[in-house]
Design a protein around this ligand. Structure first.
Ligand SMILES: [Zn+2]
Ligand SMILES: [Zn+2]
Length: 247
């Protein structure tokens, strides 16, 4: 069994700049021994991605393939300094999983205060499970404030393995991730490692993320990827905190 059994941030051809189908993603996740895969397409405001109706029809997609569970979700764009997302509330409620991210081609970087409040606002949303790539230094933020709010709201912090790719477009990710990991360790905030795969072959490609957590000796108990149960328990904590029941 692999060290980590889930990958919760991946894209298919539906995102417009990714290259595998759902079937190919599932087959590869099974081949790699994963127990849970989340497919999180980009939101409608990101050029080339699907419109909202795509996210409304997930009911037709089976969620279990042998011992692999599938989550259908979105990597939603945070649209403003209040943390509003790019997709309607009633669609958010029905999805299995939401990563909330800032992308320069949708939401231009704002001031440090505004970028920070964008993430904090997004964490106030009970359906936002995880913040995506907060390591991107194009958005200057108060990391301590964000990690403390993640603790309060039970929002997972992402260690995005793609951010550590030498050709990644994000800025200063490695250093920023070290800051984030140190804060998460200090505050006891759980993290989720994910691939942000844009092709099936990259599913569960955590090589760079694993090297980093080993380098900084990040505590294994704060990594939710070791079991599906552990991951789901964290997601449920947030819903409980906000008193939300999901159908
Ligand atoms: Zn992203
Ligand atoms: Zn992504």
């Amino acid at each position: 069994m692999p060290r980590f059994v889930l990958d919760t941030h991946t894209h298919t051809i539906a995102s417009g700049h990714a290259y595998s189908t759902i079937s190919e993603m599932i087959a590869m996740a099974q081949q790699k021994g994963l127990k849970l895969l989340a497919i999180t397409e980009h939101g409608p405001n990101l050029e080339g991605s699907v419109s909202e109706i795509y996210f409304r029809n997930f009911k037709v997609i089976p969620r279990q393939y042998g011992d692999l569970e599938l989550f259908m979700g979105i990597e939603a764009d945070i649209m403003d300094a209040q943390g509003n997302l790019c997709i309607s509330d009633n669609v958010q409620q029905k999805m299995d999983y939401i990563v909330a991210s800032l992308h320069p081609i949708v939401t231009a970087p704002m001031s440090l205060e505004e970028n920070t409040s964008a993430y904090i606002g997004a964490m106030q949303n009970p359906y936002v499970c995880t913040l995506g790539h907060i390591d991107d230094g194009k958005y200057e933020i108060d990391y301590e404030a964000v990690v403390k709010e993640a603790k309060k709201t039970h929002t997972l912090i992402e260690l995005n393995s793609s951010s550590l790719h030498p050709l990644a477009s994000r800025k200063n990710s490695r250093e920023n991730l070290k800051t984030v990991l140190a804060l998460c360790e200090r505050e006891g905030v759980p993290i989720v490692i994910d691939s942000d795969a844009h092709i099936c072959y990259d599913i569960a490609n955590f090589v760079r993320a694993e090297a980093l957590i080993d380098e900084v000796h990040f505590p294994e108990e704060l990594i939710v990827n070791t079991s599906v149960e552990k991951f789901k328990k964290e997601i449920e904590k947030k819903l409980l905190y906000f008193g939300v029941v999901k159908r």
